[in-house]
Write a protein that binds this ligand. Structure first.
Ligand code: AOS
Ligand code: ZN
Ligand code: ZN
Length: 390
């Protein structure tokens, strides 16, 4: 049990800067009181999540949504409020130029513009001390015949190779895949296999990131996790929940059992912390969520707690009993070992752990009592959108 506690204490979950701003769907962005007016305030809010959970020490940035004049100063501010800069997310999807794609666009001038942005993101990594670049491309086509599928893969490979060549010592990029949206016919990086193949060609500093909302319904995500971990190619997660498509809801809300199964494979692969055959950073446990109707900071706290609960349950799987049942081919016993762990109420354990860490056992209630929301609601006027309006 003390091993489990030590592991949970060392867990690190990264929150995304864009989760703290106003967001919504294409129908409506709902404004909330007290949302951040700039990246500095986003970091201050993220620091609250860390202060109340103790396990959210880093914050992902999205460029240019989090554009500032002096990134080193932003990184200093992060450490002043008690967090660090995590992954730098590139954005080659919101300019008019990208109507036909970014790095796979048929126009070389647009491809150059997109690549320059990706390289500029590595400059931001240098300035902030970030070791991870996250690449998601909205690139694809809407109609058969619209563009050449093979040529687009060539252009993608060329851009990835240029970015790879720019990475410094101790830096890596994570390539994100997504089944569809905004492209509806071909997506240039639609699945883990495509991402894996591009990363494999490039080398150790290129890994795949699994966004849990980016698969076809019914996809066995824990299989993908197990496979990529075996190959040293799982670089991280974008955690969220989905009921239908890329819903970006709080992780663990739609299917906590799936989250448990994923965390079990992470633990089985020795990847909860530290090295696991890939680059020294290990697996990045990031959230990629949009809180459209729920309050932002509590929404992040809830997600962090949901990951902790899934992790604690997965850590309780009796490995010896499971291996014995598997070796005997005892299907029901093996399944029961997993289900016993999943059905354990780990909330008392996590409450005790938080007390050991000098935290309130109930982060949600403690945040609500803290007065932070009342303070930011009074101080901040006209907060920014999560990104799309930036
Ligand atoms: C988009 O669907 C992806 O999940 C990306 O990770 C994206 O950069 C992020 O969601 C912010 O929009
Ligand atoms: Zn994502
Ligand atoms: Zn997404």
């Amino acid at each position: 049990m003390s091993d489990i506690r030590a592991t949970l204490r060392a867990q690190a979950i990264e929150t995304p800067s864009w989760a703290y701003g106003n967001s919504g769907t294409r129908f409506k962005v709902f404004a909330q009181r007290g949302v951040p007016q700039d990246p500095y305030e986003k970091l201050a809010d993220a620091a609250q999540v860390h202060a109340f959970t103790g396990v959210a020490p880093t914050v992902a940035l999205h460029i240019p949504w989090d554009r500032v004049d002096d990134y080193a100063d932003l990184a200093r501010h992060a450490s002043e409020v008690g967090v660090r800069i995590g992954a730098i997310n590139s954005n080659v999807f919101q300019d008019d130029d990208y109507r036909l794609g970014s790095v796979t666009n048929p126009d070389p001038a647009v491809r150059r513009k997109a690549l320059d942005h990706l390289l500029a993101c590595v400059d931001v990594m240098d300035a902030t001390g970030s070791d991870t670049l996250k690449l998601w491309f909205s690139d694809g086509t809407n109609y058969p015949g619209q563009d050449d599928i093979r040529a687009r893969q060539d252009r993608l490979a060329e851009a990835l190779s240029a970015v790879y060549g720019r990475l410094g010592e101790g830096q890596r990029f994570l390539l994100e895949y997504k089944l569809f949206e905004p492209a509806f016919y071909v997506t240039d990086v639609p699945d883990w296999g495509t991402a894996y193949a591009h990363c494999l060609r490039l080398g150790d500093k290129a890994q795949v990131v699994v966004d849990t909302g980016h698969h076809a319904p019914g996809t066995n995500i824990e299989f993908i996790v197990a496979f990529l971990l075996r190959e040293g190619k799982l670089g991280g997660f974008d955690f969220n929940s989905r009921f239908y498509a890329d819903d970006d809801l709080m992780v663990g809300a739609a299917d906590p059992f799936q989250l448990f199964r994923i965390m079990y494979e992470v633990i089985r692969g020795g990847a909860l912390s530290g090295r696991h055959g890939g680059p020294e950073q290990g697996v990045a446990f990031m959230l990629d969520q949009c809180h459209n109707i729920e309050p932002k900071i509590p929404g992040q706290i809830r997600s962090v707690m949901n990951i902790q609960e899934a992790t604690a349950k997965a850590l309780r799987v009796d490995g010896d009993a499971l291996a014995a049942a598997q070796a005997e081919g005892d299907v029901l016993a093996a399944n029961a070992v997993l289900m016993d762990a999943y059905n354990t109420d780990v909330r008392p354990l996590l409450a005790e752990l938080r007390q050991e860490m000098g935290l309130d056992p109930d982060p949600m209630a403690a945040y609500a009592r803290s007065g932070y929301f009342e303070k930011i609601a009074a101080e901040r006027v006209g907060g920014t959108q999560a990104g799309w309006g930036a």
